[in-house]
Design a protein around this ligand. Structure first.
Ligand SMILES: Cc1cc2nc3c(=O)[nH]c(=O)nc-3n(C[C@H](O)[C@H](O)[C@H](O)COP(=O)(O)O)c2cc1C
Length: 345
C-alpha cells in the first residue's frame, strides 16, 4: 500500500467515526474548542469554525448586552455554525438564553452545574440544541431523560474548573452506557490525535479541547499567557486546594504561580465572612467564582501571569509553539487518521 493510500484510508476511517458528531455540530470535524472565559471570543471562535471545527463563545459573567455584541461580531466573521457557553449560575441566565434565541444560535452549552428548572425548555424553544456537561453516569442519564441533545464528559486533566475523575475513567464508565442515546464529546487532557482516535473508537461522537487552542495565532490571549503555556509541562498544571471544609469550592486547574497563594488568602477571607454570618453559603461561593473570573482576566488580558490565574490543562506540555487554528486541526486530524490505520493493521 502506498503512503497516499494509507492517508486516504485513515482519513476515510476518521471521517466515518466523526460523521455523527460532525453532523450534530454542522461542522466538518467533530472537534469543539471548549469555551474559555476571556479567550473564546469572536476571533478564536470564528477562526475555529472557519477552519472546519466548532468554536464556542464563553459568555462567563458577560451581561446580555455584551453577549449580544459578541455573537453579532462573531457572526460577522464566520458564516459557519458556532455555539455559546452559558454558566448555569449566571443571575440573568434566561435573558442570555433569549439573546441566543434572537441570534438563532444553533447550539447552547450549559456549564457550571445542573441546569435550573425551565432552562432546557427555554433553550429548545429557541430552536437551539442543548449540550450539557455530565459529571457522572447517573447525572448523564438524568440529563438525557430531561431532553439534552448531546453531552460533554470532562475529566480532571482539563484546564479550568474540574471534577474529581479522570477522562479515561469517565470514558470507560459512561460511553458504553450513553453513547448510543446522544452524541457524547470527550474532553480533558487531549493533546494529540491518537487520543482522539482512541475516544472515537470507544464510542465518542467527538472531542472537546481547550488548552491546545490557547496559543493559536488567532487567540487574543496576552503574549505572556501564551509564553507561560509554551514553557510549562504537564506537572505545572495543578488543581487548586480547598482550605476550609465548610466552604466547598470547585477545584480549578491552572499553572502554579503566586496567584495560588492569593486564592488561599481569598478562601480564608470568604470563610471568615461566612463564620461571622456576613454572607450566606451561596453568596460565598459566588464570591469565589467572581474571584476566578477576575484572576483569569488579569492573566489572559493584562498578562500578569504571576498573580493572575493561568488556567491550563495537563496537556499544556504538548503546546510547544504559537500556530494557526488550521494548522493545529490539520495536525490533530493527521495524527488521528494515522492512528486509525495503525490500529487496523
Ligand atoms: C483558560 C481556560 C478557561 C476556561 N474557561 C471555561 C469556561 O469559562 N467555561 C467552561 O465551560 N469551560 C471552561 N474551560 C474548559 C474548556 O472549555 C475545556 O472543556 C477544557 O479546556 C478541555 O480540557 P483541556 O484543557 O484538557 O483540553 C476553560 C479552560 C481553560 C484552559
Amino acid at each position: 500500500m502506498t503512503d497516499t493510500h494509507t492517508t486516504t484510508t485513515g482519513e476515510q476511517r476518521l471521517a466515518t467515526r466523526m460523521a455523527r458528531g460532525a453532523a450534530f455540530l454542522g461542522a466538518e470535524m467533530a472537534i469543539m474548542a471548549g469555551a474559555m472565559s476571556w479567550v473564546s471570543e469572536r476571533n478564536l471562535v470564528s477562526a475555529m469554525s472557519n477552519a472546519g471545527g466548532f468554536g464556542v463563545i464563553a459568555c462567563g459573567a458577560m451581561t446580555p448586552e455584551l453577549l449580544d455584541t459578541e455573537i453579532a461580531a462573531t457572526k460577522a466573521m464566520t458564516s459557519r455554525p458556532f455555539g455559546v457557553n452559558l454558566i448555569t449560575m449566571h443571575p440573568q441566565l434566561f435573558d442570555l438564553i433569549a439573546v441566543c434565541g434572537r441570534h438563532q444560535v444553533g447550539h447552547v452549552v450549559l456549564a457550571g452545574g445542573l441546569p435550573p428548572k425551565g432552562a432546557l425548555e427555554a433553550i429548545k424553544e429557541t430552536g437551539a440544541k442543548v449540550i450539557c456537561f455530565a459529571p457522572a453516569l447517573s447525572l448523564a442519564k438524568k440529563l438525557i431523560r430531561s431532553g439534552v441533545d448531546a453531552l460533554v464528559i470532562e475529566g480532571m486533566e482539563a484546564g479550568g474548573h474540574i471534577g474529581p475523575v479522570s477522562t479515561s475513567v469517565l470514558a470507560q464508565e459512561m460511553l458504553p452506557e450513553i453513547a448510543e442515546q446522544v452524541p457524547v464529546f470527550v474532553a480533558g487532557g487531549i493533546g494529540r490525535g491518537e487520543a482522539i482516535a482512541g475516544y472515537l473508537d470507544m464510542g465518542a461522537a467527538g472531542v472537546q479541547l481547550g488548552t491546545r487552542f490557547v496559543c493559536a495565532t488567532e487567540s487574543i490571549a496576552h503574549p505572556n499567557f501564551k509564553k507561560a503555556f509554551i514553557r510549562a509541562s504537564a506537572r505545572d498544571a495543578v488543581a487548586s486546594v480547598q482550605i476550609d471544609p465548610r466552604l466547598p469550592v470547585i477545584p480549578v486547574r491552572a499553572l502554579k504561580n503566586a496567584g495560588g497563594e492569593l486564592f488561599t488568602a481569598k478562601q480564608r477571607e470568604v470563610a471568615q465572612s461566612l463564620d461571622e454570618g456576613k454572607v450566606a453559603m451561596a453568596e460565598a461561593q459566588l464570591q469565589i467564582e467572581h474571584y476566578w473570573a477576575g484572576a483569569l482576566r488579569r492573566a489572559v488580558i493584562e498578562g500578569d501571569v504571576e498573580h493572575g490565574s493561568v488556567m491550563a490543562g495537563q496537556s499544556v506540555g504538548m503546546v510547544t509553539k504559537e500556530e494557526s487554528i488550521a494548522d493545529i486541526l490539520a495536525q490533530l486530524m493527521a495524527e488521528a487518521a494515522a492512528a486509525l490505520v495503525a490500529r487496523a493493521a
